[in-house]
Design a protein around this ligand. Sequence first.
Ligand code: SF4
Length: 276
Amino acid sequence: MNAQPFQLTILSQSSLQDYMDCAQRFKLRYLDRLSYPAVETEPTLENEKHQQEGEYFHRLVQQHLIGIPAEQIAKFANTPNLQRWWANFIAAPDLRGLKDLRGLYPEATLSAPLGKYRLLAKYDLIALQDGKATIYDWKTYRKRPRNEWLAARMQTRVYQALLLKAAAHLNNGKPFEPEQIEMIYWFADFPNDPARFAYTSAQFKRDWDLLLKLSEEITTAPSYPLTEDRQKCLYCTYRSYCERGVRAGTMEQAETEMEAEELFDVNFEQIGEIAF
Ligand code: SF4
């Protein structure tokens, strides 16, 4: 299969996470743009349904945050998962009063230069209150990940650093200070146990330095090796291409890893509109 030369101009938390997990996966997906539709986890149908429901849930929340009443939204929560997630969302103490805030930016996109690239992120929600900027991310994971795992993810690092770099327009033209920024992962199936991450200047420096280093590495890398951690191949769409196995891993095999759950993360480009 011949790779098409492609000039990569944008980096995101997903592409950077792929690079961190496996440089070869990054190359195949973002430089060669190779579609290789292997099943990512078993059982396939059940997982596809879960993913679609996750995307639909994000859309329901977004519609609610832009003003559609909860009762109306509830009519669209028409599967057991969606009903439970929606009921949890409405009842969650950490989210109470959220929709009444004036500074709400659901599905906001921010970007900033990063080396030769633009770093881009799409946020589920940025909420401004009392001089503080809170990033919310909705997760429909079936397992509650450990905070340490989340803290190390590129999503946490990119979202916080980019908010500081690229959201001055939300703060009267002044960049947010790190201490004004917090990120909250809210889990639709674990509504009373969100993960909260405050931010500091030292963390910002650490994150931005890492992002610059990665962008430089990606530009100059002489090769993109296959990961040595074969566990990562279990849930990778390229595993037969790389001759790293044919069958997909199951959710049960992901007892200690969250890779399988990550597959259910929402890609905004794939979310369709819902007519209300
Ligand atoms: S199958 Fe393994 S080595 Fe190949 S791209 Fe995926 S993670 Fe990397």
